[in-house]
Design a protein around this ligand. Sequence first.
Ligand SMILES: Cc1ncc(COP(=O)(O)O)c(C=O)c1O
Length: 421
Amino acid sequence: MVDEIIPKYWYNIVPDLPEPLPPPRDPPDDERSKIDLLRSILPKEVLRQQFTVERYVKIPEEVLSKYLLIGRPTPLIRAKGLEDKLNTPARIYFKYEGATPTGSHKINTALAQAYFAKEEGIAHIVTETGAGQWGTAVALAASLYKMRSTIFMVRVSLEQKPMRKTLMNLYGGEVFASPSQLTEYGKKILEMNPNHPGSLGIAMSESVEYSLRNGYRYLVGSVLDLVVLHQSVIGQEAMKQLELEGVEPDTLIGCVGGGSNFSGFAFPFIGNNVGKEYIAVASKEIPKFSLGEYKYDYPDSAGILPMIKMITLGKDYVPPSIYAGGLRYHGVAPSLSLLIKRGKVRWREYSEAEVFDAAKLMIESQGLVPAPETAHAIASVIEEARNAKKSGDRKTIVFNFSGHGLLDLTNYESMMKRLRE
Ligand SMILES: Cc1ncc(COP(=O)(O)O)c(C=O)c1O
């Protein structure tokens, strides 16, 4: 059964997009090419995959065996409790990525990138993390491949989620609050504002700088096409699981930080013309879809990485400290940005209060505590299910449950307090 469900290839949507994907590029006034610099930043094979136009890329046996080790395929679960609670004629299913050891989908690409780094003889990997889900995944992947890991964690998130640091440390990872004094860029930011809360863009610049200086390699957690490629195991498994149940999905929903879990989940459906509508959900507090612009921008705040064309709030955007740390990133993956701009994927934004209500409904009806990021997708699932009730539509909604929230309980605590006030 496992063998039937777990894919042997990653799916790349790039050749199936309605138009060519605008490639990463160097800014016109560049002295040293940032694209060339990528060779010293990313593991070689990872960089090759970033630019591949093949529709299917073989998953190395070694990575497949690690996918099995962490419990892939993840379950596809019918949310009967939620359906009953909402009294909706719609059927609701979710792909439960919270089932991995680190509690989110992030491990799917961490394992692949760590493997390619290891193959190249790299002994130490570096990354940034917002909510801590990505950092935890990298620390675990590094430990499984017997490498060292350093993680720059956005300061405000580290303060909100000290347990994530504990978990990264348990996996052998070394964790620093960003902005830090360890990099030139971090020092510059702290000079301007010693109390800077940090941002994913800043932490990204710090990790890249730190990695370059020490000859380590940097692992990318979201946004770039190579990450979306690796995450396609989610959607491919889900398609197979639905097929085995004889279910045809109508509406596919996922939350969007940098866009990796949504894309990994929805792109195999989109590319194979399965499903009728696709909804990408962000936070109203970080209004990337309603206020972001579709243009070339830097993925990191220091502008070390090449520019990519994406929906962005600007590389220097300092997000408000909402409880869903993983959705605070300023941009959206280029391939997803393009599909949104062309109207193939629709978007929604919900406020913190709406998202919290959605999380509570999930907890009460299914017993599962969602990551605050995931709760954004759930808010949209609930809206769709309620609309289906009004119109008597018996459609099937499938969403990606990107992570559990058992290490986000402090956020829930402060949310409850704020709502009481
Ligand atoms: C559980 C969870 N879901 C979603 C996200 C958003 O990232 P992405 O859009 O890349 O999936 C994060 C990011 O940290 C996360 O931890």
